[in-house]
Write a protein that binds this ligand. Sequence first.
Ligand SMILES: [Cu+2]
Length: 155
Amino acid sequence: MLRQLLQKRHALVLALGLAASGTALAVETGLHQVVDGIDVYYGILPAKVASKHPATHEEKTMHGGVPTGKDDYHVLVALFDRKGARITDAQVKATVAELGMAGTRKKLEPMRIEDTVSFGNYFALYGEGPYRVTIEAQLPGTAKPVEAVFEYRRR
Ligand SMILES: [Cu+2]
């Protein structure tokens, strides 16, 4: 069980492109919930962190290119089924909203990195927060999306 969890976390770290920068940031920004038996891993980090990666990194070109503003953040989700297999065919959306505000809802695009598929997009976080990040994942053959809500604070 622990080994499985570590593998998942490792997969998320890889997906976030943080493998070289150690685990501290990944632990700080990566969160996990189990909803209806689906493991939902969530990460958020400043876009400028992603843009420091080598030019060959796929992240450079995804979601229309890496925004460079200090308020631009990359939201990333990894999904695993009850058997621990990575889910690659979900329709994933995220709403990022400062508490009490309507926020921004966007599709999270499939991101293929290192032979894994995660889902991500960029969001602008202009306020101080805290933010509520709502992940909706529609899995094939299911009636209603899996929903996970995370809170995020800029620091
Ligand atoms: Cu991405």
